[in-house]
Design a protein around this ligand. Structure first.
Ligand code: PHE
Ligand code: NA
Length: 460
């Protein structure tokens, strides 16, 4: 254990509260906001789904983010070791470290498909710069995307480029360059999203897009939709798997965990909603199908770029920033795997990054094949909840809808019921007793009950 704590002394803390907010936002804001949120919203009928998602963010996501950052800051180490140390210090079972193990597994699985989608965005940077979108229509854009998916070698190329990027950054250590880069790139992404919303406002069917997102029609909400909304709240905030614990371990003691967690959640949610407002007006104006699945943004935004003035520039910039957003999230997914490998005997940072990165790259081949050669392979058809799912669908479903909520459930129970209460109070800077009581009530009862209810409902 001493080697761990000695190692930690070389690691600097985040330089400021803002730096932590940006880094945590870098992990949170990613493909989840701009790619996944719009397409699952489209598949699940819009407004009612969005409402459930927002409730999950507020009642489940934010309290769990606070709890995770708190564990990380109190432990001051990698998630598994933080949990081991805290349980030992509070005289609890070290079985809680199991949360950390499940988190590492989830990171591994998520990154394997996340990188393939990041590769789509990379390929669209080139397409956009080459002027391919100019004067296109819904059919030609659809054919372009279909062509990409049906070609495993092109997918492999871009998946590989994406993983090389991620491996290079993680191998070099993420602290120094990342902070500065995120500082500049995240605001630009934000501004470009606003430009896209402006375009949707002037050229799309904004009224219908807006109504689709914000007018709840509960007849369209299924129990699977509720589980998807819950799972996405975890996915989009990078929760339930130790990422926020790891980032919290670098958080200086005088920074407010509550305020930062709220800030990160708000930034993440605003980005997702802006993406929705940029996309759905175009979907309706062009007679596209909102429920057309993972290709949704790749089939709507290029239409806009093809028609607007400066579209080549804006399009290239947009997909480049989407890649950046994806990379900053991917790094936070590889980091826990590498951190854990590094803690094994004889593995240094470089070899740890290579072992982890290459294994994840290989696993990514399954996702690539899910879109073409194995598009009809549904390996777990004999289990009802897994019916009709490709390997990609399964990876997505098992991580976001099962592993992350389960991890979050145990984190809430750990902090709410087991962790030393004085320590919880010290970590939170809520001065008035009511704030603390309300937080504890939510974490002890509301959060676990909500997660458990959704789970059980879906199984029955
Ligand atoms: N939150 C990221 C996104 O929305 C994905 C992610 C999940 C990153 C889990 C880290 C951990 O794209
Ligand atoms: Na996100």
């Amino acid at each position: 254990d001493t080697s761990v704590s000695e190692a930690r002394q070389d690691n600097p803390m985040w330089s400021s509260r803002l730096a932590f907010i940006l880094a945590a936002s870098g992990s949170a804001v990613g493909l989840g906001n701009i790619w996944k949120f719009p397409y699952i919203t489209g598949e699940n009928g819009g407004g009612a789904f969005v409402l459930v998602y927002l409730l999950c963010i507020a009642l489940i996501g934010m309290p769990i983010m606070i709890a995770e950052v708190m564990i990380g800051r109190r432990g001051g180490r990698s998630p598994i070791n933080s949990l081991r140390m805290l349980t030992q210090r509070d005289g609890l079972s070290t079985r809680w470290t199991w949360i950390g193990w499940m988190g590492i597994t989830a990171s591994f699985l998520i990154l394997s498909f996340y990188s393939v989608i990041g590769g789509w965005a990379l390929s669209y940077v080139g397409q956009s710069a080459g002027g391919v979108f100019t004067d296109s229509n819904a059919d030609s854009i659809g054919a372009l995307f279909g062509g990409l998916l049906s070609d495993p070698w092109t997918l492999l190329l871009w998946h590989s480029v994406f993983m090389v990027l991620v491996i290079t950054i993680v191998a070099g250590g993420i602290r120094s360059g990342m902070e500065k880069a995120i500082n500049i790139l995240m605001p630009i992404l934000f501004i470009l999203l606003l430009v896209m919303v402006g375009y949707a406002l002037s050229s799309g069917d904004f009224a219908q897009g807006f109504a689709f997102l914000f007018q709840p029609d509960f007849s369209k909400l299924t129990t699977e939709g509720i589980l998807t909304a819950l799972g996405h709240a975890f996915f989009t905030l990078s929760l339930g798997m130790g990422v926020m614990m790891a980032y919290g371990s670098y958080l200086p003691k005088n920074v407010s965990i509550v305020k930062t967690a709220v800030a990160v959640s708000v930034v993440d949610t605003v980005v997702a909603l802006l993406a929705g407002l940029a996309i759905f007006p175009l979907v309706f104006a062009n007679g596209l199908e909102p429920g057309s699945g993972p290709g949704l943004i790749f089939q709507t935004l290029p239409l806009a770029f093809g028609q607007m003035t400066g579209g080549v520039l804006f399009g290239t910039l947009f997909f480049a920033l989407l890649v950046v957003a994806a990379v900053t999230s991917a790094i936070s997914l590889l980091e826990p795997v590498v951190e854990w490998l590094e803690e094994q005997k004889g593995i240094n940072r470089l070899s740890g990054t290579l072992i982890g990165g290459i294994s994840i790259w290989v696993l990514g081949l399954f996702t690539i094949l899910s879109f073409n050669e194995w598009a009809d392979v549904h390996p777990l058809d004999f289990i009802p909840v897994f019916e009709n799912k490709t390997i990609f669908d399964l990876l997505d479903y098992v991580t976001a809808n099962l592993m992350m909520p389960l991890g979050g459930l145990f984190i809430a129970i750990f902090v709410g019921w087991f962790m030393n209460k004085q320590a919880v109070e010290n970590q939170l800077d809520i001065n008035n007793g009511y704030g603390f009581k309300i937080f504890m009530f939510i974490l002890r009862f509301i959060t676990p009950a909500a997660v458990a209810t959704v789970f059980i409902y879906n199984l029955v």
